[in-house]
Design a protein around this ligand. Structure first.
Ligand code: IPT
Length: 997
């Protein structure tokens, strides 16, 4: 039965008024059972911070928001990987437009905490603003504040200062929990203001810990999880909590630790990063007798994948993708991968689905864990430069479908019970699912062979042959509502339906060139008009059949028969479906065709106000509520006319984007930046390294002082050591042991003369995970007896290890660990220097301890007039640090969103690396002879697209080859007419202490 719209609204109203569904999930499930859910209405409208009370519950099938079923179709985005708050809105609008209804975010403790007890949520760290922006965009939020997050960030998100504290992290050790509680108090104070339950925001789920796979059966682990649960509840977080199991192992399922008896407000989730080269895994939800873990581990909670691989990360040197970088991640996990794997997930009853990553962004500054380089593009659907990729298309199609057809939120497996119909076709795996309430049927057809295969599918009483391209998948439906009519079946994938004015509109999609048949139930014969394109039709046995080959948009109007109101059928090939945008306004939904992106839509009287982007010139066509007569696009009114399809069409196409011109970078100035290497350098203000014990897991060598940087408060970036000694006659060599993380290095000088450089090897796929990155560099020396000597050592120590196995690996030392002279045993007095006080605006991870960083050479406004003019390319052979600075002006048109990067290229034999500072912001590290990254995204806001910018490069060269920079140029990574307003990100210059040094 198809409910009328009026019935539907009445029911929706009942649910929205909130039959009280709060309390335990069991209660909710029962309550939901009693509630007459509207099975064929669309899913709830996108959420906002509406100040009303809402219920957020679940049963074994899906989340229940105000008692209504919803598939959570989420993408992972990290605010800390996009240091320009204005651009958060850009990314979130792009996700919403492409069919996501939720985002999942980590909050990184280290990003917000420069020191114990200090928590900073201002500027680029404004979590409150991020959560407000998500609510304004209409996206639900899954919040994941750790305390441990992993995430390929320094120490897995633990603050640098935590590495120098007592207590075993990720356990119930009180010394650790004391700090955890402080962090959670700080983050929960903000989160509590943005919960959907009281309409303060749109947070609907909150994660405890992250892939916590050790200490699972020990009290130290169970008490830890129970502590986190109780703490978060005490902080007023009343949405369901969950944990993400590392695999479907049943770890931390409800009932496995103390949740104050609140079993029903806690869910089980598990992560999946399957190989794209293998068959997509079944998760056991429907498996006969149940499989290990998965939803069988937690039969009362919905299938929930908090992280499903939407790409993967790449180590220094690029071993993961054969040096090809993230483009290769995107190629191996392409649009067809998404259809195969994500549709398989849906077919396995996964109704809370988050893709890690959907926008990866940038691990700027010292944020990246040593296992990754600066770019965290991840091969995600939205690339690091905020550009949509091919991978958004399947998400767009599936996301819109889930919104229009909530029947997909409650699926049982139809026969056969094992879910597979091997006879469906060679290489084809078929899943046949049914919604027990609406009796809508769904078929996921997956082709695991490399070449196209034809699946035979039982659809509405007949068997239909449907081609499935090699290594691809599709979803077919029968028995769903399309507004006031009912679909018998279609061989094209349904994408959406909505009611706009008098008519219902339904969209079907597929690959261009496919022949499709779509059958509608109709007891009497309707009138069919082909409005655009070619389509055939016939009527018999209460069924209207429409045959169309997918090519652009074919338009067919069906009127009369059982239902007076017309149904406009749009058959769109992939390319055309990408340009169809649904947007729910308070006055009803609109469907927009044409522009590259629709950001917002609003109805004011008879005017439809739209904002969005164009790249090429584009049509603008809008279907919407009755009476609509005027179109406004990005604040300009357009002449338009009504079409036979019931839409308004702009008479002239929207303009595309004008060309963006970028200046060449010139007028460089240079200065040497390693005075610490000179014999006579005055280090008397440096700390003396004379500690004898450490909380590090690295043993302190017998008879030597602690040299670990963290013990002296230097947690990020480079550290300098100066060791003073005398009476070293007979010394033949010096051995410097250090721990540095992948791609760390050490440079040494004796009495101002270079001894050499030691570099950690380039990681391969295995060592990147298992390497401890400890080494001893031995240099021959001949110090004259009876003289005083100084050994200067610069350690680029890279970042702290993550702590994925919960064994305190983030506390492995960084910096020098031990020093030995062969042939002499002088007493060495060490001094150490690292990063100055954290930059109050750019945060603790922005700067390290190079002389130039300590003196503000990287900052705009630094007076470099005394530096020497120079040009690129350079080829200088020298061990040490050299700085280069220049300025440039941009004049990008207002109304153009240009995404700009900095590209560095040179002869790959040259051994040097560069830290890139834009207006004082550390945009990452380039290693010329390691790679694979050559292009660094410069986010607008940090980058002044209309105005002056300062670029500073700190180059470390080891003297074994001539060193660059070679070519350094601005490069355009994408542009569109439209975009969001971008506020400049505060970029202060040097402090008075730094001035003049
Ligand atoms: C999973 C982590 O939860 C996440 O933080 C991130 O590190 C991701 O992996 C990889 O990018 S851990 C899982 C793959 C073992």
């Amino acid at each position: 039965m198809v409910l009328s719209r009026r019935t539907f609204s009445a029911l929706a109203g009942t649910a929205a008024l909130g039959l009280s569904l709060s309390g335990s999930g069991g209660d909710e499930a029962r309550a939901a059972g009693r509630t007459p859910l509207a099975p064929t209405g669309p899913a709830p409208a996108p959420p906002t911070a509406d100040g009303r009370t809402h219920t957020v519950g679940f049963d074994r099938y899906s989340m229940l928001i105000d008692g209504r079923r919803l598939v959570i179709w989420s993408g992972e985005v990290h605010p800390f990987r996009l240091p320009s708050p204005s651009l958060w809105r850009d990314v979130l609008q792009k996700l919403r437009a492409h069919g996501y209804n939720a985002i999942s975010i980590y909050v990184a403790w280290n990003y917000h905490s420069p020191a114990p007890g200090q928590y900073d949520f201002t500027g680029v760290r404004d979590l409150d603003l991020f959560l407000r922006t998500a609510a304004e965009t209409g996206l639900y939020v899954i919040l994941r504040p750790g305390p441990y997050i992993n995430a390929e960030v320094d120490a897995g998100g633990f603050p640098g200062w935590l590495t120098a504290t007592p207590g075993v992290a990720r356990t119930s050790d009180p010394a650790y929990l004391k700090h955890v509680d402080e962090w959670l108090t700080a983050v929960d104070r903000i989160a509590a203001r943005h919960l959907y339950t009281d309409g303060g925001g749109t947070i609907v789920l909150y994660q405890l810990e992250n892939e916590y796979d050790d200490h699972v059966t020990e009290p130290a682990g169970r008490d830890y999880m129970a502590h986190l649960y109780a703490k978060v509840r005490a902080d007023g977080i009343d949405v369901p909590l969950f944990h993400n199991d590392k695999g479907r192992n049943g770890r931390w399922a409800p009932g496995t630790f103390d949740t104050d008896g609140e079993r029903g407000r806690y869910l089980y989730g598990f992560d999946g990063y399957p190989s794209p080269f293998k068959t997509p895994p079944d998760w056991g939800y429907f498996g006969p007798g149940g499989m290990k873990g998965g939803s069988t581990a937690s039969p009362d909670t919905p299938g929930f994948i908090p992280e499903f691989g939407g790409g993967w990360f790449d180590p220094w040197g690029g071993a993961e993708f054969d040096g090809l970088g993230y483009a290769e991640s995107r190629r191996t996990r392409d649009a067809a991968y998404e259809r195969r794997f994500y549709l398989t997930n849906l077919a396995n009853g996964i109704t809370v689905h988050n893709v890690y990553m959907t926008f990866g962004g940038t691990s700027w500054g010292w944020l990246p864990a040593p296992i990754v380089y600066t770019s965290y593009d991840y091969g995600a659907a939205l690339d690091e430069a905020r550009q949509p990729t091919e991978k958004l298309l399947p998400m767009h199609q599936i996301g819109q479908l889930l919104h229009s057809v909530p029947d997909l939120a409650k699926l049982d497996r139809a026969e056969p019970a094992d879910g597979g119909t091997p006879e469906a076709g060679p290489g084809i795996k078929a899943y046949h699912l049914v919604n027990p309430d609406t009796k809508a049927h769904f078929h996921v057809l997956r082709n695991d062979a490399a070449t196209e295969s034809v699946a035979s599918v039982p659809l509405a009483g007949t068997t239909v042959a449907v081609p499935v391209p090699g290594l691809d998948a599709r979803l077919l439906a029968s028995g769903i509502a399309l507004g006031r009519r009912k679909l018998s079946y279609s061989t094209a994938q349904p994408m959406l339906w909505l009611t706009a004015g008098r008519q219902d509109i339904a969209v079907f999609t597929g690959r261009a060139g496919e022949s499709t048949r779509t059958c509608l139930e109709s007891a009497s014969e309707p009138t069919v008009t082909v409005l655009d394109g070619d389509a055939g039709h016939s009527y018999g046995d209460g069924i209207l059949r429409i045959d169309a080959v997918l090519d652009g948009v074919t338009r067919v109007r069906v009127e009369g028969g059982d239902v007076a109101a017309p149904l406009l059928l749009l058959f769109a090939d992939d390319e055309s479906s990408r340009l169809l945008w649904r947007y729910d306004t308070p006055s009803g939904p609109v469907l927009v065709r044409g522009p590259a992106l629709l950001r917002t839509a609003a109805l004011r009287g008879t005017t439809v106000q739209l904002t969005g982007d164009t790249v090429e010139a584009a049509d603008l066509e809008v279907w919407g509520p009755r009476g609509m007569s005027e179109l406004v696009w990005n604040h300009g009114t357009l002449k338009s006319r009504a079409t036979t399809s019931g839409s308004l069409l702009a008479e002239r196409p929207l303009a595309g984007v004008d060309r963006v011109r970028l200046p060449a970078l010139a007028d460089w100035r240079r200065a040497e930046g390693d005075p610490e290497s000179a014999a006579g350098y005055d280090d008397s203000a440096w700390q003396v390294a004379d500690r004898t014990s450490s909380y590090s897991i690295t043993p302190v060598p017998a008879g030597q002082p602690v040299l670990f940087a963290d013990d002296y408060g230097f947690h990020y970036g480079d550290v300098w050591y100066r060791g003073h000694f005398a009476d070293a006659g007979g010394a033949e060599s010096v051995s410097l042991s250090y721990v540095a993380g992948a791609q760390g290095l050490l440079m040494a000088w004796l009495d101002g003369e270079p001894l050499g450089t030691h570099r950690m090897p380039v990681p391969d796929k295995k060592t990147v995970r298992q390497g401890t990155w400890a080494a001893t560099a031995t240099f021959p020396v001949r110090p004259r007896d009876g003289h005083r000597h100084v050994l200067s050592v610069l350690v680029r120590r890279m970042q702290h290890d993550e702590d994925g196995r919960a064994n305190d690996t983030h506390k492995a030392a960084r910096g020098l660990t031990a020093v030995a002279l062969a042939g002499a045993a002088p007493a060495v007095r060490w001094r150490v220097q690292g990063a100055a006080a954290p930059d109050p605006v750019r945060g603790p991870l922005n700067t390290g301890g190079l002389h130039g960083e300590r003196r503000g050479w990287h900052l705009p406004g630094f007076e470099d007039g005394g530096w020497k003019a120079c040009g690129f390319p350079r080829a200088e052979r020298r061990q040490g640090v050299t700085w280069y600075r220049t300025g440039f002006r941009l004049a990008v048109d207002t109304g153009v969103d240009a995404s700009i990067g900095l590209a560095l290229t040179d002869d790959p034999a040259r051994a040097y690396r560069v830290q890139i500072f834009l207006n004082g912001w550390n945009m990452g590290q380039y290693i010329n002879d390691v790679g694979p990254q050559h292009t660094f995204v410069l986010p607008n806001g940090v980058l002044r697209t209309r105005g002056r910018n300062t670029l500073a490069l700190a180059v470390l060269s080891d003297g074994t080859t001539p060193a660059g920079p070679g070519r350094v140029e601005l490069t355009l990574l994408g542009s569109a007419a439209g975009g969001v307003p971008v506020a400049p990100v505060d970029s202060p210059g040097p402090t008075t202490a730094q001035h003049g040094s």
